[in-house]
Each structure stands twice: as C-alpha cells, then as structure tokens.
Ligand binder design. Structure first.
Ligand SMILES: *Cc1c(COP(=O)(O)O)cnc(C)c1O
Length: 505
C-alpha cells in the first residue's frame, strides 16, 4: 500500500482557504527564522485522501470489523453516543488555562465522574491525571510512598506482587523506587497465603493485586490478603484495569483496598488499541486524598466562601449559585501529567456510566462473566483450560498438549484465526501458563457470534490434526502474512525516508 506521501502530487489540494482579509506578513518580518529544509506535506485531492483512509481502515482489525477477544484488554463495543458527547464543541473547544467560571460544565463532568467512580470502587476521592493504567499504578504507588513517608516510616521499601499480576505491576513498583517481592500462586491460581505471610513484614510498603488476576480468577481469599497486608502495616493496591467483571457487584474499597486504578479505556468504553488516548484514574481512601496529584474539583458557595472539602468534594452536585473550582490537595505528590488528564476520555466514561445506570453497570459485568464462561465450557474438551474453575471476564487456555501432539502452537492457532476475520486472543501471557491463549469475549458479543467463534476454534483444532502445515503457514488471506516480530521490535523503522523528487516548475 502506498503511504500518503507517495500518493498525489505537488499542487493537489483537498482544502480551499478563504481569501486573506488581513495584511500579509512574512515570518522574517516577525523575526521568526524561516525553515531551511523542505516541509514534507502530502499533496492529495479529497478523493485520494478519502481512499487513503478507507484503505488503512481495511487493513486493521477493530471492534467494528469483528470479534476481538484480546484478553486483559476488554475490547468491547464502544457506543457511538460516547463519541457524540465527547465531540460537543463545549468540550472540544476549551483550553485548560481558561478561567474556571467559563468552564463550569467541564468541572461538573470531572466532579460527577469522580463521584460515580467513588461509588463504583468504594473509594473517597479520584484523580483523573494518569493517562493510562500503568501510569495510574505508578501514581497510586506514589501515594503509598508519600503516606509512609508522612508518618516517618522510611523502612518500608518493598511492594509484594503475586506472579499472576499484570506485567505492569512489578514494572510500576520498580519505577516508583520500590523493591519488588514476587510471590507464587497456589495450584488453584490464587495467591499462596503462606507465601504472602512469609513475605509481609515491617519493610512492606504494600501489595499490588490484579483482581480478577491474569488467569481470569477472582481471588477467593481476597479479604484475608488485605488483612495480612494491613496487619503488617502496609497498604493494599487494587489493579482494577479490568473492572469489567466486578463493576456494580463488588467494590475494592469494601474488600479492604486503600488505592485502586481503573482503565476508562477498557471497562468504561473508550476506543483503544493503537495507542490512542487512555485514562487511568486512581481512587483512594480519604486518608490518602491529601496526597493526590494535580488538582481536584471542589465546590465553593456562591458568596465566595469555600465549603470544606469533606462535604463539598465528591458529595453532592453543584447547587444553585455554587461555583466549582480546582484545588490542589495540601500534601500533593505533585503532577504526574499536564492539567487534568485526558478529559475527553472522561466525558466518554461519564456518558457510558450514565447511559447504563445503576442496573446497566452490573448487568454489563454479569454479561461479561457469562460470555466468558459460556465460551470456556464450549471449548474446554478440545482446548484444556489452565485453571478449570468458574472464570470472571476471561479465561486462559493452555495449548501445551496440542503442541506436543501435533506441533501446532498457540501462535499458529492465533494466526489461523485471522483467516476467519477474528482478532487473535492475547498470546503467551500470563507467563505462568505455557502456550497460553487468553480469551476475553466481553459482554457486547451476542450468543450467535460466540457460537460462530466457538465453531472456528473447533475447526482449527480439527485442522491441527489433519493439516498442521496449513496452520504453520497461516494467515493465508491477510495483507501481511507473518511479520518478523523480533526484527520489528529490535530494529523498528519509525521514520519515513523522503526521497527528494526533482522539483517540477
Ligand atoms: C491493561 C492493564 C494494565 C495497563 O493498562 P495500560 O492502560 O495499558 O497502561 C494494567 N493492569 C491490568 C490488569 C491490565 O489489564
């Protein structure tokens, strides 16, 4: 496929600027140095431009193209009404430095979303600054660190992370300056409590728990886990990136957790993948709220008298005559990102939560769990499940047996799915399962779609027996077959090299 720079030719345009109605000035007159090299901009007609993006759209796989069971990523359908709300000019046309009284509606969005997320997670305050889940983890750990430091307790240098945690957990803990202590899972896929008791001590700053964990299980000992950590004097962090299975049903705050992050770009329905804007808000209990980064929206009375943060903070919406304003928490860890985070992602999340409402949120969670268990039950005779228990929003298959028997790997099966218009599941993750395929169907898929996909998996299993080579060679129908992934990771080509064309005058 041609790149946009290779299409069209100099002089072609898809925009017509209105006639200039102000005096023309050159950059030189303004004292701005002129560029020395040619500026490479595409020159295409509107028709060419439209074809270019349509072509690009055909070569990717998105939720709008088909089934996308990428475990741990919650590729659910994102209702278009969210986009409509996020595109309202009152949200897109504002500037973060605008005076507060001109953006009261935007502040209300932040305040309302904070209130709803507090209700969903069982926390007392939320920051929207973190731009993604891992960024939220880092931020949450800074809160934990600041809290211990504020008490003069400086020997707490370790964060305990079970081996079934998401890979970002130990990475974030290390980035925040902690020593990571890994503890194993038991044969049931849950945290080994004995190992946890051994690891917890007066050097424990906290624990990070991914729940449901990366094998898709809700840790049955969760209350005991948080109390072991609290007894040791540490704080409990809940990785709620995948809140999809539990939202509206149980709350991390009620399970003893002190800090949680959620991924608005997974659970709360913002399109993601390809690195688009995300949002990883962090919620915490009241005793940590003073350490939050950035600024919090607070309510002040109309006469200018500020209400106490307690009553005005996340409680209640704006009353007549009251003004919303930003306030930096008194012992803030500082800023982790500019301004107020990815605001339009928050708008999408608020739209989504309000559309679903009090009944819809837990119904979505139940749907996610039901769909995952349905698929798991229909596949497990041919593809063994790593941990054969009722799962949450996702489940992990182990293709180790298939590989031994037929030579067909998890990679081959994943690639074969592409020929059926299905995005592969997450592969070779979590690391504690060999030849893993991690499948998350999400609640937005119909029974009919699930049955079709189950049929495809069963057909591929049959092909593995009769024609394994076909699977080794898959995919057969895609634009790119099997890219050299090592090369792509080690020697990425990130820049387009322009070949100077002869200027035709
Ligand atoms: C996706 C995910 C993360 C990381 O979120 P990013 O937005 O990709 O940084 C962390 N934990 C879990 C359990 C996740 O699924």
């Amino acid at each position: 496929m041609k790149l946009i720079f290779e299409r069209g030719k100099e002089g072609q345009r898809c925009s017509i600027l209105p006639p200039c109605d102000v005096p023309e000035v050159t950059l030189k007159e303004l004292g701005i140095p002129e560029r020395k090299e040619k500026l490479h901009l595409p020159h295409v007609s509107e028709n060419e431009l439209s074809r270019h993006y349509t072509e690009l759209g055909k070569q990717v796989h998105g939720v709008n193209h088909g089934f996308y069971p990428l475990g741990s990523c919650t590729m659910k359908y994102n209702p278009k009404v969210n986009e409509k709300a996020a595109a309202l000019p009152g949200f897109t046309g504002v500037h973060p430095l605008q005076p507060e009284h001109t953006v009261q509606g935007c502040l209300e969005v932040l305040q309302q979303t904070e209130k709803l997320l507090c209700e969903i997670t069982g926390m007392d305050a939320v920051t929207f600054q973190p731009a993604a889940g891992a960024h939220g983890e880092f931020t949450g750990l800074l809160l934990i660190k600041a809290w211990h430091a504020s008490r003069g307790d400086r020997k707490r240098t370790k964060i305990i992370v079970p081996d079934s945690a998401h890979g970002t957990n130990p990475a974030s803990a290390a980035m925040a300056g902690f020593e990571v202590v890994s503890i194993p899972s038991g044969p049931d896929g849950c945290v080994d409590l004995e190992a946890l008791r051994q690891a917890a001590g007066d050097d424990t700053a906290g624990l990070m728990l991914t729940n449901p964990n990366t094998v898709g299980l809700f840790d049955r000992n969760i209350l005991e886990i948080t109390s072991i950590i609290h007894e040791a004097g540490g704080l409990a962090y809940y990785d709620g990136a995948n809140l999809n299975a539990v939202m509206g049903i149980v709350r991390p705050g009620d399970m003893g957790f002190d800090v949680v992050h959620v991924n608005l770009h997974k659970t709360f329905s913002t399109p993601h993948g390809g690195g688009g804007p995300g949002s990883g808000p962090v919620g915490c209990k009241a005793f940590l709220a003073d350490f939050l980064p950035g600024k919090q929206v607070r309510c002040s009375r109309g006469d200018g008298e500020k209400a106490g943060t307690e009553e005005a903070g996340t409680e209640g919406t704006r009353t007549e005559g009251a003004m919303l304003h930003f306030e930096a928490p008194s012992r803030s860890v500082g800023s982790v990102r500019s301004f107020y985070g990815n605001f339009l992602v928050v708008v999408r999340a608020l739209t989504y939560i309000l559309m679903l409402g009090r009944e819809g949120i837990p119904a979505a969670a139940r749907g996610a769990v039901l769909n995952a268990n349905y698929m798991m039950e229909k596949l497990k005779d041919l593809y063994p499940v790593a941990y054969d228990q009722t799962c949450m929003h996702e489940f992990v298959l182990s293709l180790e047996g298939l590989k031994k028997e037929t030579g067909v790997t998890a990679m081959d099966v994943a690639k074969a799915l592409l020929d059926y218009g299905i995005h592969p599941p997450t592969m070779y993750f979590p690391l504690i399962v060999h030849e893993a395929l991690m499948i998350e169907p999400t609640e937005t898929e119909s029974r009919e779609t699930l049955d079709t996909v189950i049929g495809v998996f069963r057909e591929i299993r049959e092909t593995a027996k009769t024609d394994p080579q076909k699977l080794h060679d898959a995919p057969h129908t895609t634009y790119i077959r099997r890219p050299d992934e090592v090369q792509a990771a080690r020697k990425p080509v990130l820049r387009y090299e322009f070949v100077e064309k002869e200027e035709t005058v």
